[in-house]
Design a binder for this molecule. Structure first.
Ligand code: C5P
Length: 419
């Protein structure tokens, strides 16, 4: 049965009589195997005590933005980074307004402002406060930012009025949390390995052979696959991009390290080699910095060929070979023909071809840019994808991969009945 084992939920309890229901919510999350850390706002602490929250969660309760103790032990950044999901329940009208306007005047507000994690809110307030256009505008703002709303529901309120504004019941909130973790997505259950960025091949302790790859396309692909539910390992060379959210990222420098990290990430259902791997490395890496040698000739640097990671992955025997292996081809001329040949030579299933070289503005067309214009080449078709953002290309590729897996599963022969 699916449960919350291994999941950490950061529960923000803001001010409202519904805070008493949050105690039951903590109990339910714990019972489902999840870990709950709680931030109790000043308002929340008017309704329930830190002691009951600590006793039920079996964790310290975090209350004060400027508490030396809390900030030393667990700052607002760490609190958010170490959570898989942030749940605000009850979310008061005040808390919702703070979130919508980016305020950071309390530990709860600052944590919500600093987070890069998914956020769910369960509003609880008087029906007139909920219906107020100010609250409705704030809710709309939060929804457009990807924050999920649970409730509110309709019924009798603590203030004696009846209407929409009651906090959803703890069981319903738990159901939404479960749905968040286990909702089936197009690539759920599939694992993917993505390479990205350049490799740096050392010549001596200070110099290396590198290239202009920014890693933007590979990182975007890793993020898109993860967003579609795949379990993604990204093996990246040196880039100045942050690690994508929800992706296991392994940092390497050289082609040999990249191949090694890829091997360790197997088995995988999907392999996408978007890294600009250096074709060569120094035959011998010098332990001291190579010196200028006066009027003598510059040094003769001997190179050796690097392993081809894409060809190595594509050449693995079944069942080790990822079911779908995708490469990239950056070419300056005869793009389609050269890419199609590369697909055959390397033994990969699909190749994404892009033209590199100077653009009309004199700058490079692809490297370091946010946009790309590519062709998808398979054994059957060549399809042009018009110039668009690298993220849009990544999303489209993830959609195509999901479709490929659905179609190939459908066309697989039904298993034979046991004799
Ligand atoms: O041969 P070329 O470098 O043009 O091939 C490009 C494709 O091969 C890309 O998918 C790149 O990630 C992959 N590649 C590799 N290992 C190498 C060279 C290229 O995985 N050593």
């Amino acid at each position: 049965m699916q449960d919350l084992t291994g999941k950490t939920i950061l529960l923000v309890i803001s001010g409202g009589i519904a805070a008493y229901k949050s105690l039951e919510l903590i109990r339910l999350i714990r019972k489902a195997g999840g870990r709950v850390r709680c931030i109790l706002t000043k308002g929340g602490a008017q309704f329930i005590t830190p002691l009951s929250v600590a006793a039920l969660s079996e964790e310290p309760v975090y209350e004060d933005l400027f508490s030396l103790k809390d900030e030393t032990e667990m700052g607002h950044i760490r609190l958010s980074r170490e959570a898989d999901l942030i749940l605000v329940a009850p979310a008061s009208a005040n808390m919702i307004a703070k979130m919508a306007h980016g305020m950071a005047d309390s530990l709860a507000a600052a944590t919500l402002l600093a987070t890069n994690k998914p956020v769910m809110i369960a509003p609880a307030m008087n029906q007139m406060m909920w219906a107020n256009p100010a609250t409705q505008a704030n809710i709309e703002t939060l929804a457009t930012r990807g924050i999920t709303l649970i409730g509110p529901t309709s019924g009798d309120m603590a203030c004696g009025e009846t209407g929409l504004g009651r906090m959803a019941e703890p069981e319903e909130i738990l159901g939404a949390v479960m749905g968040f973790f286990y909702q089936s997505k197009p690539l759920s259950g599939l694992s993917a390995l993505v390479t990205s960025g350049p490799t740096y091949e050392p010549l001596d302790p200070v110099r290396f052979i590198g290239n202009r790859s920014s890693g933007k396309q590979g990182h975007a692909i890793a993020a898109s696959l993860a967003a579609q539910g795949a379990d993604v390992t990204l093996v990246t060379g040196p880039v100045s991009l942050p690690d994508p959210q929800g992706v296991k990222t392994v940092h390497v420098e050289t082609a040999v390290e990249m191949l090694d990290a890829c091997r360790q990430a197997l088995p995988a259902d999907i392999a996408i080699c978007a890294a600009a791997v250096s074709d060569w490395s120094a035959a011998a890496v010098l332990s001291q910095k190579i010196k200028k040698r006066g009027d003598r000739q510059p040094p003769d640097i001997k190179l050796k060929e690097n392993p081809d990671i894409l060809a190595a992955l594509a050449g693995l025997a079944t069942p080790k070979r990822p079911k779908l292996v995708i490469g990239f081809a950056a070419e300056t001329e005869n793009l389609i023909e050269a890419a199609a040949e590369k697909r055959r030579n390397k033994g990969c299933d699909w190749i994404i071809a892009n033209q590199v070289g100077p653009a009309d503005d004199g700058m490079e067309k692809v490297f370091g840019r946010d946009e790309n214009h590519v062709y998808l080449i398979t054994d059957q078709t060549t399809e042009e994808w018009q110039k668009t953002s690298k993220q849009a290309i990544a999303d489209k590729l993830a959609d195509y991969i999901a479709r490929w897996f659905t179609e190939t599963r459908q066309t697989q022969p039904a298993p034979m009945a046991a004799e």
